[in-house]
Design a protein around this ligand. Sequence first.
Ligand code: ATP
Length: 306
Amino acid sequence: LTRLFGPIASLANLGVNVYGSVALFGRLFEYFDEQPEIADKPNAVQLEQPIGHVELTDVSFSYDQNRPILSHLSLVAEPGEMIALVGPSGAGKTTVSSLVARLYDPQTGAVRIDGVDLRDLTLLSLAKTIGVVTQETYLFHATLAENLRFAKPDATDEELVRAAQAAAIHEMIADLPDGYDTLVGERGHKLSGGEKQRIAIARMILKDPRIVLLDEATSALDSASERAVQDALAVLLKGRTSIVIAHRLSTIVDADRIYVIARGTVVEEGTHEALLRKEGLYANLYREQFERAVLDASDRDLPASV
Ligand code: ATP
């Protein structure tokens, strides 16, 4: 994912309005010595009250002309649904997610939110509507409060606490001698992987986007931390449309619909049970790829729902 989203993702991951500042966007590309391909059209519109309907219609995409990555891919997430993307490594799952975030435009087909082609939306409107949670959480060398407020600069102290409580990180923060004023980041108080993930979730709860793109972390956390992260994610995703690149059994089982992506297109779709009954690629992947998770979970003395 880092490979794909690169520096932009680490900002998006903060819950920051990546596209919010045209200047920032310009600077990023200046820094990487590239021209921004993605820009507002002259008559770009805003989504006033997004409902969170996401649709990819017959999308084909390649990073460079020679190698098609997505081919005639279609999928839909109805408002409030959680859809999961699964498939072999390199199949194009992250690419789908980055097209929804409009880091790239498809060569053919369209990506629409609430029926509006992303190319007709302002980048600011899109950035407000979508929140990205990636596997890596970047913490500034600043206080926890400042790190959280990055997602919503005008958030009140009460809002910070509510978001941290919802993300199951408030108690840990409150137990620190300096609480929300604790300095974190490279040179500050070190947070565990699970704590960082919950900070990222708290940021996203503060940002309150209608649509969440989530690349689930693959790295194993200890069981208590894992459960806390899962609970926090459940709070974040509730009532929002989410597109999850799924690595966990629980996500897949709970998803409203699973899209199995192979060689850049959707090869199967359905609920977990329906796909298992089909005895196709999903059933194979599930057994191979996710059996290990069950074994790991039992090693850690957890139920197989991790
Ligand atoms: P994984 O499960 O391993 O993360 P994935 O299904 O998410 O894989 P993608 O990351 O979407 O797959 O990658 C699909 C293909 O696109 C891969 O062959 C990858 O090498 C290629 N690719 C990804 N990002 C870029 C990029 N920025 N430039 C060129 N090619 C890329």
